[in-house]
Design a protein around this ligand. Structure first.
Ligand SMILES: [Zn+2]
Length: 95
């Protein structure tokens, strides 16, 4: 299923992937009768971290959020992941 818009309803950025399954099902729509709402992958991670460290994901009534609460940590994680991939590639190339 293709997502109708690339704009993320949570952060307002055009960070949604075209294929809906590559986005994240918002933690605000996990109830049995909730209409499924997808957010971009960074927002999905942000909600997960909010769920773990805070009192749950920012409710939809407060969307769009001004910024991702854990943006720095997500960025750091992505950078570390990228660094690990580069190292891995370098190790492969040095074999
Ligand atoms: Zn988002």
């Amino acid at each position: 299923m293709r997502h109708p818009s690339l704009r993320c309803p949570r952060c307002g950025r055009t960070t949604m992937r075209i294929n809906q399954v590559e986005n994240a099902l918002s933690r605000t729509t996990r109830g049995i009768n909730d209409k499924a709402v997808y957010v971009c992958s960074p927002c999905g991670t942000d909600e997960g971290l909010q769920d773990f460290f805070d009192e749950g994901a920012t409710p939809q009534s407060e969307w769009p959020v001004e910024h991702l609460k854990y943006a720095l940590q997500i960025q750091e994680y992505a950078t570390n992941l990228q660094g690990a991939k580069i190292k891995e590639t370098e190790m492969e190339n040095n074999k």
